[in-house]
Design a protein around this ligand. Structure first.
Ligand code: FAD
Length: 457
C-alpha cells in the first residue's frame, strides 16, 4: 500500500469506479456517500433506472475487469425504433456495421457491482449516509455530516476527488470563493423529464422489440423507452415544463379542459396511443414520480490546487440525449488513471494535465448532447433526416472506415469527443445537403459521397 490517502466524495458511478482504479494501484481510498448503502435499500423510483452504456464506458470498465460482467446483465440496443402517432414503427440502426450497438444497463445494478468490486480491495473503504456539507479549498478538509446521528466531522487526505454529481458540494465551495476566478454556468432546457414503466408481459416476455431504444418523437416533445433485463421497459417522457403540451398543461388539466387525470389520459391517447395499454399504471406513476430538470453545467478550473479535483457530473453535467454522461464520466476515470502512470501522485500535475485534456472534450459532448435533443425530438420525424440516417447506414455498411458522427461519439473510444464533433459536423452538413436534394436514397452514388466526405480530412 502507498502512503497516499485519497478522499472521494460521492459513491455514484464515477466515484465507485475511480475507487477501484485507485485501490488497484495500492492507494488508500475513503469514499463518503450521502445516501444509504444501495445494496441494503430499495432504489427510489422515477430516477433514471437504466442507462445506455457504450464503448467509452465499456473501455473503462474493461480496464478494471468489469466489462464482461456488466455486458452479461445488459440488453443490446441496435437502433432507434421510431413509433409514429398511428403506432407504426421504423427501425433506424445506430450503425451499418455489425457489432456496433449500445447497451441498456441498470443504474443501480451497475453502481452496486462497482461498489462490490471496490469492496474486494482492502485499500478502499465506503462510508454511507455521510454527506459532505462543505469543503475548505486551502486546507483540503471536507466537512462531513453524519446523516445517522447528526454529528459533523472533518476528513482530509493527500487530496480529495469530488464525484458528488451535478449538485456537488465541493464545487459549491470552489464557487463561493475557494478558487479564484472560478467560471461557472448552468443552463436548463425548457424541458424536464419523468419516468414511467412498462412491466414485462406473461412469463417475463418483452412487449415490444427487445433490442432497440424506442422513441415516440413528436417535434416539441418525446418519449423514449429502454429495455430492462427482466422484460420491462423504463420510459422517459420529455416535455416542456410550461406551455402547450407541457407538464403544466397536464398537471393543471388545461390540456383537455378537465381534471389532471383526464388530461393525462387524453394526452397519451392523442400522442402515444400504442404505449397506453403497455404502461403499467399510467396515472399512479405519472402523478407519483418526480419531474426532473435537465441542464448543462460547465465550470473551470476543475481543481483547487492539489487539494481537490472535480470529476464526472460535478465538473460537467450534460443533458442525457447522447447517452454519454456516465460514459464520459467513466472515460474521465480512465484518463485520470493514465495520468497517474505519467505523473505518479504529483496531484497538481495530474489535475492540471487532466483538466487540459478533458475540458475541451466534455464541452464538446455537452454541446452535442443538447443538439441531439433537437435531433431526437424533431429530426427523427423529418424525412430529410431519416434519409440521411439511411445514407449513413449504407455508407457504414459499404465502407468500414466511414463513421457517422453518432458512431464516432458512441463507438470510437479512441477518438476524443472534440474530434468526433469536428469531423461529424462537417460530414453532417454535406449529407443533409445531399439528402435534401434527393428523395430516393437508392439513387445516391455512395462512392461519390464518400469521396466528398474524405476530402474533408
Ligand atoms: C434521465 C437521465 C438519463 C441518463 N441517461 C444516461 C445514459 O443513457 N447514458 C449515460 O452515459 N449517461 C446517462 N445519464 C447521465 C448519468 O446519469 C450521469 O452522467 C452519471 O450518473 C454521472 O456520474 P457521477 O458519479 O458523476 O454522478 P452521480 O451518478 O450523480 O453520483 C453522485 C453521487 O454522489 C452522491 N452525493 C451527492 N452529493 C453528495 C454530498 N454532498 N456528499 C456525499 N455524497 C454526495 C450522490 O448520492 C451520488 O451517489 C442520464 C442522466 C439522466 C438524468
Amino acid at each position: 500500500m502507498s502512503d497516499e490517502k485519497v478522499i472521494i466524495i460521492g459513491a455514484g458511478l464515477a466515484g465507485s469506479l475511480l475507487s477501484i482504479y485507485l485501490a488497484k494501484r495500492g492507494i488508500e481510498v475513503e469514499v463518503y456517500e450521502a445516501r444509504a448503502d444501495m445494496r441494503n435499500v430499495e432504489m427510489s423510483a422515477g430516477r433514471s433506472i437504466n442507462l445506455a452504456l457504450s464503448d467509452r464506458g465499456i473501455k473503462a470498465l474493461s480496464e478494471v475487469g468489469m466489462d464482461e460482467y456488466m455486458l452479461r446483465e445488459a440488453v443490446p440496443m441496435y437502433g432507434r425504433l421510431v413509433h409514429d402517432a398511428e403506432g407504426n414503427t421504423n427501425l433506424l440502426p445506430y450503425s451499418g456495421r455489425e457489432g456496433e450497438y449500445i447497451n441498456s444497463v441498470s443504474r443501480g445494478g451497475l453502481n452496486i457491482a462497482l461498489i462490490d468490486e471496490a469492496d474486494k480491495h482492502p485499500e478502499s473503504r465506503f462510508f454511507f449516509e455521510q454527506r459532505c456539507v462543505d469543503f475548505d479549498c486551502r486546507s483540503g478538509e471536507a466537512l462531513i455530516f453524519n446523516e445517522k446521528n447528526g454529528d459533523e466531522y472533518r476528513v482530509s487526505g493527500s487530496t480529495v476527488i469530488a464525484t458528488d454529481g451535478a449538485g456537488s458540494a465541493v464545487r459549491r465551495a470552489m464557487l463561493r470563493g475557494g478558487v479564484r476566478r472560478f467560471n461557472y454556468s448552468q443552463e436548463f432546457l425548457e424541458h424536464g423529464y419523468k419516468e414511467l414503466s412498462i412491466p414485462p408481459g406473461d412469463g417475463g416476455a418483452f412487449r415490444m422489440e427487445k433490442n432497440a431504444l424506442h422513441i415516440w418523437a413528436r417535434r416539441s416533445f418525446m418519449m423514449i423507452a429502454l429495455p430492462n433485463f427482466d422484460g420491462s421497459y423504463t420510459c422517459t417522457l420529455f416535455l416542456a415544463h410550461k406551455g402547450e403540451n407541457s407538464f403544466e398543461s397536464i398537471d393543471t388539466g388545461s390540456y383537455s379542459g378537465g381534471s389532471p387525470g383526464n388530461a393525462l389520459i387524453t394526452f397519451f391517447e392523442d400522442q402515444f396511443p400504442d404505449a397506453i395499454p403497455m404502461i403499467g399504471n399510467l396515472e399512479r406513476e405519472y402523478f407519483t414520480n418526480p419531474t426532473g430538470d435537465l441542464g448543462t453545467i460547465k465550470c473551470f478550473p476543475w481543481n483547487a490546487g492539489d487539494r481537490a479535483l472535480l470529476l464526472g457530473d460535478s465538473a460537467h453535467a450534460v443533458v442525457p440525449f447522447y447517452g454519454q454522461g456516465m460514459n464520459a464520466s467513466f472515460e474521465d476515470c480512465r484518463i485520470f488513471n493514465e495520468l497517474i502512470d505519467e505523473f505518479g501522485t504529483d496531484w497538481l500535475k495530474v489535475f492540471e494535465k487532466y483538466s487540459e485534456l478533458r475540458k475541451v472534450n466534455t464541452d464538446a459532448i455537452a454541446d452535442m448532447a443538447v443538439e441531439n435533443f433537437y435531433e431526437m425530438r424533431d429530426a427523427v420525424a423529418d424525412p430529410v433526416f431519416v434519409r440521411k440516417r439511411e445514407l449513413e447506414t449504407k455508407l457504414e455498411q459499404r465502407y468500414p472506415d466511414y463513421f457517422s458522427k453518432y458512431s464516432m461519439v458512441t463507438f470510437r473510444e479512441d477518438l476524443p469527443y472534440s474530434e468526433a464533433m469536428r469531423r461529424g459536423n462537417a460530414q453532417d452538413r454535406i449529407l443533409m445537403e445531399i439528402c435534401a436534394g434527393e428523395a430516393d436514397v437508392s439513387k445516391i452514388d455512395t462512392a461519390k459521397v464518400l469521396e466528398r466526405l474524405r476530402s474533408l480530412g
